[in-house]
Structures are given as C-alpha cells and as structure tokens.
Design a protein around this ligand. Structure first.
Ligand SMILES: Cc1cc2nc3c(=O)[nH]c(=O)nc-3n(C[C@H](O)[C@H](O)[C@H](O)COP(=O)(O)OP(=O)(O)OC[C@H]3O[C@@H](n4cnc5c(N)ncnc54)[C@H](O)[C@@H]3O)c2cc1C
Length: 439
C-alpha cells in the first residue's frame, strides 16, 4: 500500500526520517498544503516558500503535490487519492503547528487512516530534555549540558528522488514567487535549492567554523553560517549540521553547537509555555509606563525605517528591510533600543520582525525578543541595556557594516540621535525599579 508524506517545515530529501519511512514499502505520494494562513505571511517569505517548493518538486521529478486548502482537507484528499492508509509527517511543537496536526489526525482517523509522526525540526524535540524530576529546565546552561548528554541520531539516508507516486498540484508556484517578489522585493533572493544549501554549509565549515567563536559577533565580517533560513524551512536538519560540525572539535564548533542548543531551548520553552507567544513570562515594567499613542507610533516608524540617528540600529533595520535577514548581534541591539530606549513593548518589534525576516520562526523570534526584553526564561537581565554607540565601537570597529547600510552616514542628510541614550537608560531603570517594588 502506498504511504503519503505530508511535507511541512521539512522541505528536503536529505536526512528526512518521515519521508524515508513513507518510502519504506515502495514509492510514496507527497503533498504540501498551501493553507489560507500563508496569505498572512510577508511577500518575501511567501516567495521564498514558493521557490523552495518549486525546487523540491523538481527534485521529485514533479511528483510533489502543492495544493490549496486547510491542511486537514488537503492531506485527507491526497490520502484518498493515493489510497494511503498511513500518512507520515514530522511533528510540530508550536501552538499553530500542534493545532494543525491535531486537525489532520482527526480527519484521517475518521476514515480509519493514521497520521504517524517521525522526527521533528529539532536536534532534540521539545519536552525530551528535562530535569531529574521531569520538569523543564529554566536555565540554558544546564539545559544545554543535558541536551548534549541526551544526544541525537546520525543523519538518515537521503530519500530516493525517483521513489514518488505523482499527484497533481493546483498552486501556481511561479506566480506566487513573482507576486511575493513584486509586492515585497529583496536585494537578492535567498538560496532555495537544497543541494546548494548543503554545499554552502560544507564550504562554510571549511572556511569559517574555526573562527566562529571569535567572529560571530562581528556584523562587518559577515562570517556566520546563514543557516537560519534553510533551518526555518527545513531544507537542512540540525542533526545534519551537527554531524558535520561536531567532528571539527574546535572552540568554534563548540560555540556553534551551543547556538543550535539555543534553538532547541527556545522551542522547548514555547512548548511548555505556549502563552509566551504573546505574553511576557515575567513583568519588567508597569503597564502604564510603556510609551503609547502618537509618540510611540512616531518613534516606532523611525526605528522601523532606520532613521534613529544611531548608526548600528539604523544599519540593522535597513539590512533587515533590504535583505530579510539581520546579524544576530545587531538584532539584539535594535531590540534593546526599541524596548529600553524607546520603551515600546517587545511584541510590536516581534511583529515587525515577523513581517520582514525571511528566517522568521515563531519560537525563535518570540523567545529571542523575550530574552532581550528580560521577560523570558533565562533572559538577559532587564538592567542590561545595550549602548548602541559602544556596541558599534566594539563590533564594527572600522564602521564598515554601518557605512554599507547607511551610505549617507557622514553627510548632513543623516539625522542626529532621536533620544539621549544615557537619559533614557536612567528613566527605564527607574521605571523597572518601580515595577519591582510593586512586586
Ligand atoms: C530579537 C531577535 C529575534 C530573532 N528572531 C529569529 C527568528 O525569527 N528566526 C531565527 O531563526 N532566529 C532568530 N533570532 C536568532 C538569531 O539572530 C538568528 O538565528 C541568527 O542571526 C541567524 O544567522 P545565522 O544562521 O548566520 O546564525 P549563526 O550564528 O551561524 O548560528 C547558527 C544557527 O544557530 C541558531 N541560533 C543562533 N543564534 C540563535 C539565537 N539567539 N536563538 C536561537 N537560535 C540561534 C540558528 O538556528 C542559526 O541559524 C533572533 C534573535 C533576536 C535577538
């Protein structure tokens, strides 16, 4: 009997255990649900998804079906058509992913079919790494140590690109890519072909991994892996990444592994605390002390458009607008500036990142914002307020990064600082103390 692979955030043929299992008894059918929710995605992310699906379908000899509709309807119809009693898929852990897979499982079950989960988008799935008493870790370092001890499997074999039963599609991927590009253009598209992503990863490991511990905080050197986009779409699995980096055994590879552990830590936090998607996990300021109304709107627009007068903040926001990606150090600086200099709640910044990042990932984005805001699990303390000038001196010493993204920097067209950082810092800390005193 044919099995059906339900493609989700795992758009790859390599190291894909759900797909391997779907092909275990012969050629598999494969379907991706182009759901109505995708119309709320930014144009840039939708265009990237369309290209990634186009490439994956190409790799399956055109067999992968991409169909419009809610996942439960699309997967059920494809299972009926392929006469598949078993549907294989990677398990999701975000609130939306869980709701979706529950609906699919119920629709299949009503007809005597089964949704079987194999694997997840993580090295170690959320909920697996716990303290001795079974409760989740709240602090990252012991989580990471237990995560390393738990370990992960070796990558699975590559799926057979000829091992597919073709199903028809009803989504025009070329058109979606073209529309997304037209409505929300980027300087250049991100890589969307699986093999090129893997080749780029191997070159990066050869050239840059060894310097990762020293250079990862330097936006001017641009020497990080750029894996966040392929990881967000599942074009590569973290297990594959770790299998390639771990044998290198350098400080670079240890620090890099730690960053992959942060990815699993944030997913674990959201799994245990789904309210973290919108709500702060702890309070850092009184509700009435956040800036609101017209003043907040004007400040937000200056931040969004990269016109704050702080070169590192502006460079980051422009890199984001033009490329759909921003260096991690700069993400921390711009987020700190919005929350602690402008006193705008983190949720508004997180929403802007959702609209502009191509690597947008619900767990990573919301929990990283909470980390900077000092409201998450094992977050940066609220009193740690990044000084955007000192960060610039330290991490972009020759000002190459800021000059690249803010070409008018040293001309009269560039605005002066929109706030006095030192004064805002004092005010914010005083308001924080007030909130703490109130308990
Ligand atoms: C406010 C804010 C919002 C963010 N939003 C997102 C998001 O929506 N999607 C996203 O993938 N990352 C997000 N990050 C984390 C991080 O900035 C990016 O993963 C990283 O910059 C991607 O570049 P890279 O792949 O070259 O990273 P590298 O430095 O090469 O790291 C390798 C991988 O490790 C993981 N990683 C690195 N740093 C972090 C981190 N702080 N938290 C979790 N995982 C990490 C990522 O999967 C990354 O691809 C956010 C960080 C901040 C401060």
């Amino acid at each position: 009997m044919t099995h059906l692979w339900w493609a989700r955030r795992d758009l790859r043929l390599h190291d894909n255990p759900a797909l391997i299992d779907a092909q275990a008894d012969g050629p598999a059918a494969a379907v991706f649900a182009w759901t109505p929710a995708l119309h709320f995605w930014s144009g840039r992310r939708r265009a990237h998804l369309a290209r990634t699906l186009w490439s994956l379908r190409d790799s399956t000899g055109g067999a992968l079906a991409v169909r419009r509709g809610e996942a439960a309807d699309v997967v059920l119809a494809a299972a009926q058509e392929a006469d598949a009693g078993v549907v294989l898929a990677a398990r999701e852990f975000s609130p939306a992913g869980v709701a979706q897979q529950e609906a699919v499982a119920a629709a299949l079950e009503a007809e005597g079919r089964e949704l079987r989960f194999v694997g997840s988008p993580y090295a170690v799935a959320p909920g697996r790494v716990t303290k001795g008493d079974g409760t989740p870790y709240r602090v990252f370092t012991p989580f990471r140590d237990a995560w390393r001890q738990h370990g992960w499997r070796q990558p699975a074999d590559a799926a057979d690109p000829r091992g597919f039963v073709p199903l028809d599609s009803d989504v025009d991927l070329d058109q979606h890519a073209a529309h997304g590009d037209a409505e929300d253009p980027l300087l250049e598209p991100h890589e969307f072909r699986e093999q090129r992503v893997l080749d780029a990863l191997e070159s990066w490991i050869d050239d840059a991994l060894i310097h990762y511990d020293d250079e990862r905080d330097r936006p001017d050197l641009d020497s990080t892996s750029r894996l966040s986009v392929p990881l967000a779409f599942g074009q590569v699995h973290p297990r594959t990444v770790l299998a390639l980096t771990a044998p290198k055994r350098s400080d670079g590879s240890r620090v890099f592994e730690s960053e992959i552990a942060w990815r699993d830590f944030h997913a674990d936090t959201l799994w245990h605390e789904p309210q973290a998607r919108r709500e702060s996990l702890s309070r850092v300021m009184l509700e009435e002390d956040w800036v609101t109304g017209r003043e907040a709107d004007q400040a937000f627009v200056a931040w969004r458009d990269g016109r704050t007068g702080f070169p590192l903040v502006d460079a980051g926001m422009r890199q984001l607008a033009q490329t759909g990606w921003m260096h991690n150090r700069v993400r921390m600086v711009v987020a700190s500036f919005l929350i602690k200099d402008l006193r705008i709640p983190w949720q508004r910044g997180a929403d802007h990142f959702r609209r502009t990042l191509v690597d947008y990932d619900h767990a990573q984005n919301q929990l990283n914002w909470q980390w900077v805001a000092g409201t998450g699990r094992d977050a940066s303390p609220f009193f740690r307020i990044f000084n955007p000038e000192a960060q610039l001196d330290r991490h972009d010493p020759q000002r190459r990064y800021v000059q690249r993204w803010v070409p008018e920097l040293d001309t009269p067209d560039y605005p002066g600082p929109m706030v006095d950082h030192k004064a805002e810092r004092e005010t914010t800390l005083a308001l924080h103390r007030r909130a703490k005193d109130r308990g």
